[in-house]
Design a protein around this ligand. Structure first.
Ligand SMILES: Nc1ncnc2c1ncn2[C@@H]1O[C@H](COP(=O)(O)OP(=O)(O)OP(=O)(O)O)[C@@H](O)[C@H]1O
Ligand SMILES: [Mg+2]
Length: 367
């Protein structure tokens, strides 16, 4: 590139950064330098020392990142491995203008369920995932952050209930979540008349979400599942940022197999990456239909879209949910399909996804 000659006897910061800029963050994409992950760079003679600041506290990819850095420094900057010292830190950085991270008391994991566009079954997945995790023995909450189209009350069969206001541990007013099917829930649908159109502007939505996160007595929870609003607009981005500040574990994205939907998913994934949210995986919904009379499978919306996308992003495809009458009926009747007590292929798919997701989270956090 002409900026550096290996024969210079002094290393420059620029050379080191140039080399590190070729190292990709294996999970989230982008290079270490432009993601601002390189900290405390010190050059002493022919030796270089720096820290790599990870976005998740226990990143399973440390070794891979270390090797890639050493390789790049050796090949591009001519620095031998024994002159390179790398430390890993995992501070979640406060971003410009946004308050520092404040975890939700007593909540271990916050998982956002998102989609690039509406109507792909995001709420159906969020609800069934929450119930599946609870049935595995976890303590689970479900926050309906889709203020424009809250579906949690209907899908969980609790439309007419209103949350009770109580005094929280700090003496401030809090809301008690509504409970059904072993899940603690909060939704704007519990607070307003659903016949009235809601016009929420960005700041109001963030304010409301903050209250839902911090002024609801969620604790103790293993998982708080968030049904996100669809899309990649300002509101979704602001929500993603507030959630990131609340200690978001990561996001799962729901898509149908269609190419169009997957293009939107890419945009939404990009949005989460921008705010450093780990991508936990993709769930393909309405993946196919098995005719109950003939057992024949039909790929109504095409096939392979989500698998391709998962491969492209280097994240797991957590599952493929078929189109099922009981899934739709369960949603409308407030009895999530996964509750089925008789052997049920649809329920099994949701259970499998819940297990895979829980496993992926524990690998991410404990590796
Ligand atoms: N796998 C499925 N099989 C059958 N019906 C499904 C399936 N997934 C979702 N549905 C139905 O499709 C409709 C839309 O699903 P849902 O409300 O979950 O989508 P959404 O992405 O949350 O939509 P919105 O963008 O409006 O929030 C619902 O009636 C739901 O019951
Ligand atoms: Mg929805």
């Amino acid at each position: 590139m002409g900026l550096f000659s290996r024969h210079h006897d002094k290393l420059s910061e620029q050379v080191v950064l140039q080399a590190l800029a070729t190292v990709q963050e294996p999970e989230l994409g982008g290079d270490l330098v432009s993601r601002k992950m390189i900290k405390n760079l010190v050059i002493e003679g022919d030796a270089v020392r720096f820290a790599v600041e990870l976005t998740t506290p226990a990143c399973p990819l440390k070794d891979q990142i270390q090797r890639a850095c050493e390789e790049a420094l050796e090949k591009i900057a001519g620095i031998p491995r024994n002159r390179v010292s790398i430390e890993f830190t995992a501070q979640v950085r406060p971003r410009g203008g946004i308050p520092e991270q404040v975890a939700i008391p007593g909540v271990s994991h916050v998982i956002a369920v998102s989609a690039g566009k509406g109507g792909v079954g995001k709420s159906t997945v969020a609800v069934n995932l929450a119930v599946a995790l609870a049935r595995e023995g976890a303590q689970v909450g479900l926050l309906d952050a889709d203020v424009y189209g809250p579906s949690v009350p209907l899908m969980m069969g609790v439309r007419s209930q209103q949350p009770e206001a109580v005094s929280g541990p700090d003496g401030e007013p809090h809301m008690l979540p509504i409970e059904a099917h072993g899940i603690k829930m909060m939704s704007i649908g519990f607070l307003i008349d659903d016949r009235q159109p809601v016009i929420w502007r960005g700041p109001m939505v963030s304010q409301l979400l903050r209250q839902f996160l911090y002024q609801v007595l969620w604790a103790p929870l293993d998982y708080l599942i968030i049904d996100m609003p669809p899309g990649t607009g300002d509101i979704a981005l602001t929500l993603a940022q507030s959630l990131q500040n609340a200690g978001l574990t990561g996001v799962v994205t729901v898509t149908t197999p269609q190419q169009v939907a997957t293009a939107d998913v890419l945009k939404s994934m990009e949005m989460f990456r921008k705010v450093n949210v780990p991508l936990l995986g993709i769930i393909e919904n309405m993946a196919y239909f098995v005719a109950p009379d003939t057992g024949r499978r039909y790929d109504i919306f095409g096939a392979g879209g989500a698998a391709r996308l998962a491969g492209q992003l280097g994240i797991p495809l957590l599952g493929q949910i078929p189109i099922g009458l009981s899934i739709r009926e369960g949603g409308d009747q407030g009895q999530p399909a996964v509750l089925s007590d008789v052997p049920d292929a649809y329920a099994d798919v949701f259970r499998e996804i819940a297990r895979k997701l829980a496993a992926r989270i524990s690998v991410m956090e404990h590796a």
